[in-house]
Write a protein that binds this ligand. Structure first.
Ligand code: BG6
Length: 488
């Protein structure tokens, strides 16, 4: 097993992401022996000390099966450095601390700078790291960036230019945590390791592909960020587009980062851009009103906080994406995602074309196409829907072949995805991070949808909490003779 060495500097160390995802991920890696020679510097504004920081780190991993001995050995590698990211002195202090820890922990000058904080500071931090010599060590340097990567194409470009003035593209790791999910990583294996699927994986045999990522939670404490973003920027521009790319890409000539990325980029280039005037033919937006989730009453989005009372932000988006290339011409890729929907579930349904004639069902109009369902979460696995004989000859019924990944360690929102991605970053494997070209292409696709929507005010709210979204999303499919397959 490779055991990468590094000092990891986490900007935003007192924040939610660090607590919920990063510390547990680091702890698991430490426990499983993936990392030994490492130290973590928590950098943030608050005047914490090493002691209070370590207590917080310990708290954040306390739900993981722990041994006290391990926990102390773990948290003793954490150091706190108060920083003002706009102030030169902060970077000088940080550099001295890094150098000291490099000696003590034998990390060979390898440095990860993890930006787990508000995006308006990404550019400033990247520039200052370079300016104050924090990139001048003997080992490798990597910059990890959380979303959102811009608000639209122009702002993403500007952010990218700022970062690129300090770091090279191959030093930049843009996180999309969906790419760390086990079953998202499995998409390409299921496709390219099985003739059964890959030979049929095209417009001659596939009718349509549906990607649903539904959530039952509302905006929770993130109203400020979310209201500025909306479901399309929050989920579609990144996670959903990445899944489309993995489902639609050509087989890469090998599994290197460059080859996989270049195939994904080709898909994003082939996506038919939607003319803003035609947005309604391709995309549907929604916002939740009051309703019931698991038997309890919940409020609508506009009632969540005072500042949301006139909000036109979409908490739901569904869309039809056409990929105009040889393999996919004519096959819709439907995506949908939203808050306060009936279930928490992420699934991909690949609907194969029906056979020309229905010999075995009494109602000859019954449609039971074969479906391949890739279950991303909460359960992980694959289900194949087939038809087989029922009771007497001449009758058929749908049957299911299911494979379920072992669930012991998995679950919604576990740090699993982050653990994989952090380890990849330490190893220098950027395959499951997004390249700038992917970010740019998906923004340019999304920007025209948003431009179309800006042309008129939506009639919100248009779906009740606890449902599967607005009716218009059903019409989007039914006008092509399709319907959403249930994801519960
Ligand atoms: C994040 C979004 O990127 O993904 C959140 O900002 C969303 O709004 C989350 O809830 C969903 O992630 P997961 O792993 O729970 O599907």
């Amino acid at each position: 097993q490779l055991k990468p060495k590094a000092v990891i500097v986490i900007f935003g160390a007192t924040g939610d992401l660090a607590k919920r995802k990063l510390y547990p991920s680091l702890y698991r890696m430490f426990r499983s022996g993936k990392i030994e020679d490492f130290a973590v510097i928590g950098a943030a504004r608050r005047p914490w000390t090493n002691e209070s920081y370590r207590e917080n780190v310990e708290q954040s991993v306390k739900n993981i099966d722990m041994r006290d001995k391990d926990l102390q050995a773990f948290s003793s590698r954490f150091f706190y450095q108060p920083v003002d990211v706009t102030n030169s002195a902060s970077y000088q202090d940080l550099n001295s601390l890094i150098q000291e820890l490099e000696e003590d922990f034998h990390t060979e000058g390898n440095r990860v700078f993890y930006l787990a904080m508000a995006p308006e500071f990404f550019g400033i931090i990247a520039k200052n790291l370079k300016l104050h010599g924090l990139k001048d060590s003997a080992g490798w340097k990597r910059l990890v960036i959380e979303k959102p990567f811009g608000h639209d194409l122009p702002s993403a470009k500007q952010l990218n230019e700022e970062i690129r003035s300090a770091f090279d593209e191959d030093q930049i790791y843009r996180i999309d945590h969906y790419l760390g999910k086990e079953m998202v990583q499995n998409i390409e294996v299921i496709r390219f390791a099985n003739g059964l699927f890959e030979h049929l994986w095209n417009n001659r045999f596939i009718s349509n592909i549906q990607i649903t990522s539904s959530e039952s939670l509302g905006v929770e404490e993130r109203a400020r960020y979310y209201d500025h973003s909306g479901a399309t920027r929050d989920m579609a521009q990144n996670h959903m587009m990445q899944m489309v790319a993995l489902l639609a890409m050509e087989p890469p000539i090998n599994l290197t980062t460059e080859e996989v990325r270049s195939e994904k980029i080709k898909v994003l280039r082939a996506m038919r851009s939607v003319n803003p005037e035609d947005v309604d033919a391709y995309f549907v937006r929604g916002q939740y009103g009051p309703g019931q989730i698991a038997g309890s009453e919940v409020t609508g989005y506009r009632e969540e906080t005072e500042e949301l009372q006139d909000s036109d932000t979409e908490t739901y988006v569904a869309g039809k994406i056409m990929i105009d290339n040889y393999r996919w011409a004519g096959v819709p890729f439907y995506i949908r995602t939203g808050k306060r929907l009936a279930v928490k579930s992420t699934k991909i349904v690949v609907e194969f074309q029906n056979i020309p004639m229905n010999l075995y069902y009494e109602n000859k109009d019954d449609q039971h196409p074969n479906l391949l369902v890739i279950n991303i979460q909460p359960e992980e696995g694959v289900t194949l829907y087939l038809n087989a004989k029922k009771d007497k000859v001449g009758h058929a019924e749908p049957i299911k072949l299911s494979y379920r990944n072992n669930l012991t360690d998995h679950g919604i929102n576990t740090p699993e995805a982050y653990e994989k991605l952090l380890y990849d970053c330490l190893l220098g494997d950027a395959t499951n991070f997004t390249h700038w070209d992917e970010v740019a292409l998906s923004w340019s696709f999304i920007d025209s949808i948003l431009a179309g929507w800006r042309m008129k005010r939506p009639a919100f709210p248009n779906y009740a909490s606890g449902t599967m979204g607005p009716d218009a999303a059903n019409k989007l499919l039914s006008k092509n003779g399709h319907h959403w397959w249930p994801v519960e």
